[in-house]
Design a protein around this ligand. Structure first.
Ligand SMILES: *Cc1c(COP(=O)(O)O)cnc(C)c1O
Length: 459
């Protein structure tokens, strides 16, 4: 393929995307394929000679979309959304065409500076203190890993990176059971060890108990462990748990611990001032992550980490060998030094397009609608004789079960085989429950009401 053919096929691809996205309501939300079906449809080896694009594109249409779960389907109520608003898709096309590698300021000045400005736009949009700077990672997991590595180095007097951990004291990290598994994964990768995540008890509202946090830290100190930091959650993945940020940070501060707040999903809602009580006190955190690639509408991948003192993270993750120096510019911001990988995508453009094309008010309206429709749906499911709301709506997420628990899992399978909607499960208090989150960018109230139809039809 040459550039002229790229132009022709890009236009065909744009037409295809238009038809695909506008036809999503007619497709089952979740892929209905058995494992191995796609492998069976593909030749075992790459071709030795060029194949016509006409054939490649035909195979794409025949094999790929039917074996996809459609994340942009308006009735996708599973997991959390991965919204790709059309304006952000367009930005991704331009980035794909330019294909820059934004590891250094010099390798992509516009990408670096637009990223700096987008972090500030979002900081202001979320109502965060102007003491935060930040960067854009691929995922919340990478941001959390970066924060945990920074906690580790800070607690070890910046010696872990140099000496390795074997001769250094055992570190401890504190989080509730409601925090995401990315915290466990990061503790593994950081060499802290999953056993050294001290899971702090929660209260009836699923919030970390500050006095239990304080007691755990004191006990660890008396056992000669070295507390390194606290991870708090604003919107846990399972049922939306919210730690009381201000009270927990006060405890962490009293012990000089680094605090990272994981608001991967719920952070987007903070563009609406009325939800900000849910993370009151967040301005005192050292690090906060949220994923515009979930609810806000910036195409995956896009995870923003705000940092009160980026120098600590740069000291942990930054390396500047001669071949990565920018001659004559020692003070320049090179975002690879703020994160784990060297190479970086240009992710700020899709935020710029998104924020301008819909405006903060347009994005707020969507989130407010999702929250309102979710509450309405939960209320109506609660009225149905066979169902019970297990955890009520936190923002736009709630869970429910059949009153006959043993049948809940079977029901979920029937729902997803039906295809009109897509829901997923979690375990809460030992019970298998069905999660509902309302958050797809294009979903309407009518789409949300289909959940009731499906429940009625299948029970
Ligand atoms: C989705 C989610 C994550 C993980 O996000 P990635 O960007 O996929 O790494 C972490 N924490 C919470 C609370 C989440 O909802």
């Amino acid at each position: 393929m040459n550039l002229n053919e790229l132009r022709t096929w890009s236009k065909r691809a744009a037409d295809w995307v238009h038809d695909y996205r506008s036809g999503l309501r007619d497709r089952p939300v979740r892929a209905n394929v058995a494992p191995g079906e796609v492998i069976a449809a593909l030749p075992p080896m790459a071709p030795e000679t060029p194949e016509p694009m006409e054939e490649i594109f035909r195979d794409f249409k025949n094999i790929i979309p039917p074996a996809m779960t459609h994340w942009q389907h308006p009735r996708f109520f599973a997991y959390f959304p991965a919204n790709a608003a059309p304006a952000s898709v367009l930005a991704e096309q331009l980035i794909s065409g330019m294909a820059v590698q934004a590891m250094l300021w010099e390798t992509a000045p516009a990408a670096t500076e637009l990223e700096q400005v987008m972090v500030i736009w979002l900081r202001e949009a979320l109502g965060l203190a102007d003491s935060f700077a930040g960067t854009i990672h691929d995922s919340a997991t990478t941001a959390t890993l970066s924060a945990i590595l920074t906690m580790r180095e800070r607690a070890l007097g910046w010696q872990g990176n140099q000496k390795g951990l074997s001769t250094l004291p055992t570190l401890r990290i504190y989080a509730s059971e409601q925090t995401h598994s990315s915290i466990d994964k990061s503790a593994r990768i950081a060499g802290i060890g999953q056993d050294n995540i001290c899971k702090i008890a929660t209260d009836a509202t699923l919030s970390m108990r500050p006095e239990a946090l304080d007691a755990a830290i004191r006990q660890d100190k008396s056992n000669n462990f070295v507390p390194a930091g606290v991870i708090l959650c604003t919107g846990g993945t399972s049922v939306g748990a919210m730690d009381r940020i201000a009270e927990c940070i006060a405890v962490a501060r009293a012990h000089d611990l680094y605090v990272h707040v994981d608001a991967a999903w719920a952070g987007s809602a903070m563009i609406c001032p009325e939800f900000r009580d849910l993370w009151a006190g967040v301005d005192d955190a050292d690090s906060v992550v949220f994923n515009p690639h979930k609810w806000l509408g910036a195409q995956f991948d896009c995870a923003v980490q705000f940092l009160r003192d980026p120098a600590e993270q740069v000291r942990t993750l930054g390396l500047r060998p001669e071949y990565l120096r920018t001659l004559g510019q020692d003070e320049i911001t090179n975002f690879n030094e703020w994160t784990v990988p060297l190479g970086r995508r240009f992710r700020a453009l899709k935020l710029w397009f998104l924020l301008r094309a819909y405006g903060l008010e347009g994005l707020r309206t969507r989130i407010r609608n999702h929250v309102a429709w979710s509450r309405e749906l939960a209320r109506d499911i609660a009225q149905m004789p066979d169902f019970e709301i297990v955890t009520g709506p936190i923002l736009s997420l709630f869970t429910f079960a059949w009153k006959n628990d043993a049948q809940t899992e079977q029901l979920l399978r029937r729902i997803n085989n039906d295809g009109r909607i897509y829901l997923t499960q979690t375990r809460h208090d030992g019970r298998f429950v069905i999660r509902v989150q309302v958050g797809q960018f294009d979903c309407t109230r009518a789409d949300v009401r289909v959940v009731l139809d499906v429940l009625r039809d299948l029970t």
